[in-house]
Ligand binder design. Structure first.
Ligand code: AR6
Length: 522
């Protein structure tokens, strides 16, 4: 046990404020009169004594509301979804999916049938080598049989009933909108079934000037694409994770609730960094844990500004792995426009379904994962994740320039900050080498930037070094030094400001250890 094996430094994790011990107090859903919060479900209260109760879809006037514009997800079931010939697309989709469902239930469908269905629904051609390799070569006969009959039939039914299950299209979380959407896990499942069949219109084209140029593509077409090799092994493993989720929801549909919340830091809340006397936050530093294993703290997703990053392609680092083991997070690709430097997205309540081993090219689906995270009074798992996108540094020297340091600080603060209205105890944040893998950042710099942001937000910081014992010790040495110096946020900012001219000479931690707080301001 890490708590006792001496590999961590700082405050023990068990002493860091945790939302599972102190669940946040939430207003009743029915009392929320917030134009920026859309509920796809009727007001729902979770009662731990009747855990099987399901949230119900919210119907405006008893029927499906057909919104079809730039503020809403364009659902395939809309009457306004028209083919080039001017006919409605939904009846075509219904025809194809019903045929496939019938096949899967009577004689078991084949890869070709899935391919035909998807192409018929979209009215375009795709390449499916990765899907094909998984289904026809890698799955055992039993796995394949189960997928091609039971699971596939359920996916057809979830997609065919998207209008009934979702009751209306979710709003898009557009730039600057501060919008929030709350839905049931079943509604998310229905939307993901639509993504499996690549049913979301206009999302394939991300060319400049096209409607969805600033959005990721939530459809699975690129995930199925494998090229001549059938796709790299880790991409197949990602598919296995997502299909495991489909398998699980086919056995038993989860009955919880999830929320996606886009947040923009108001201009008036940008701290005066160089005047701030906030003290250093508490810290826990350790090397063997993974962010997704630390329940009850705000977990950081090392995101792309296009949320999900390479999850639908070949990407397989922290964000992509998180999204395939918790596939409900993929709904964010459907909802979220690109994130600006002063924005972030919270993913609340998403369930984890798979365990894994390896990382990046060695990534593998391991086995079923039972997520024991308790629920809040809305029926959401007490799992709070924030998508925090760093700058991708092609030239590593750029990150030490002031505008870049400031941008990263604002981003981290936007993610860590707790709105003044929230009176609950401030839970910790769990993060690590944010921006220091695919995005090429400097670990020492990012550690200090995140320390400043967490201190300003008044939240404890759990910092996972991803097996780097040297970083555990060196970061803690610097933290202790700063704490002895009684350094505050403004002092930390002063260190960074001076360091902008010194980065070529020595590492940031060395510079801090050699420089007293008093000398910074003299
Ligand atoms: N828990 C703790 N630390 C981790 C974990 C984990 N589960 N996984 C990785 N690390 P990276 P970035 C450490 O490269 O540089 C994606 O494509 C490990 O030391 O995922 O911000 C996104 O979509 C790793 O090297 O994040 C973006 O496009 C480091 O964290 C892009 O990558 C950084 O992980 C973001 O790249």
């Amino acid at each position: 046990d890490e708590e006792n094996d001496g590999t961590f430094q700082g405050t023990p994790l068990s002493e860091i404020a945790n939302i599972c011990q102190h669940p946040p107090t939430l207003s009743d859903m029915k009392d929320i009169r917030d134009n920026n919060h859309t509920f796809l479900i009727k007001p729902f209260k979770y009662d731990p004594n009747s855990p099987d109760r399901e949230p119900e879809p919210f119907y405006e006037n008893g029927t499906y509301v057909d919104e079809w514009d730039q503020d809403y997800v364009r659902l395939p079931c809309s009457q306004s979804y028209i083919t080039k010939n001017g006919t409605q697309r939904w009846p075509i989709i219904q025809g194809s999916l019903t045929k496939l469902q019938h096949l899967s239930e009577t004689q078991m469908a084949a890869m070709e049938d899935i391919k035909e269905t998807i192409e018929e629904c979209a009215g375009r051609k795709y390449e499916f080598n990765c899907l094909e390799r998984l289904l026809n070569e890698i799955y055992s006969g039993d796995e394949r049989g189960h997928f091609m009959s039971t699971v596939l039939s359920n996916l057809c039914s979830l997609a065919l009933n998207v209008d009934k299950i979702c009751s209306r299209p979710p709003p898009l979380l557009r730039i600057g909108s501060n919008r929030t959407v709350t839905m049931s896990q079943k509604q998310a499942a229905s939307l993901l079934a639509c993504a499996f069949f690549c049913l979301f219109p206009r999302r394939f084209n991300q060319k400049i000037g096209s409607e969805y140029e600033n959005y990721p593509n939530p459809n699975f077409n690129t995930l199925f694409h494998g090229g001549r090799s059938g796709g790299p092994t880790w991409k197949i493993e990602k598919l296995k994770c997502v299909f495991h989720y489909f398998h699980r929801i086919t056995e038993k549909m989860p009955n919880g609730v999830i929320t996606f919340r886009r947040y923009q830091l108001p201009e008036s809340c940008v701290p005066k960094w160089t005047e701030s006397k906030e003290p250093l936050c508490e810290i826990h530093i350790t090397k063997n844990k993974s962010i997704e294993d630390v329940t009850g703290l705000l977990q950081v997703d090392f995101a792309n500004k296009y949320i999900g990053g390479g999850v639908m392609n070949e990407g397989c680092v922290q964000e992509e792995i998180r999204f395939v083991i918790c596939p409900e997070m993929l709904i964010s690709l459907l909802l979220c426009e690109v994130m600006k430097p002063n924005e972030c997205v919270f993913l609340i309540g998403c369930e984890r379904f798979s365990s894994y081993r390896g990382y990046s090219t060695s990534f593998e689906f391991r086995e079923n994962y039972i997520d024991q995270t308790p629920k809040d009074s809305w029926g959401r798992k007490l799992c709070h994740v924030v998508a925090m996108d760093a700058i991708a540094f092609y030239n590593r020297a750029t990150q030490f320039k002031l505008p870049q340091m400031k941008r990263e600080l604002i981003k981290a603060y936007t993610c860590f900050r707790i709105p003044a209205a929230v009176t609950d105890k401030k839970s910790g944040v769990v993060t690590g080498n944010w921006g220091c893998g695919a995005f090429n950042g400097n670990k020492q710099l990012k550690a200090i930037i995140q320390l400043i942001a967490a201190s300003q937000a008044g939240r404890p910081l759990a910092y996972l070094t991803f097996r780097d014992q040297k970083l555990v010790d060196s970061f803690y040495e610097v933290y202790e030094y700063l704490s002895n110096e009684k350094a505050t946020v403004k002092d930390l900012c002063a260190y960074l400001q001076c360091y902008a001219d010194l980065y070529k000479k020595l590492p940031l931690f060395d510079y801090i250890l050699q420089t007293s707080v008093a000398s910074l301001h003299s």
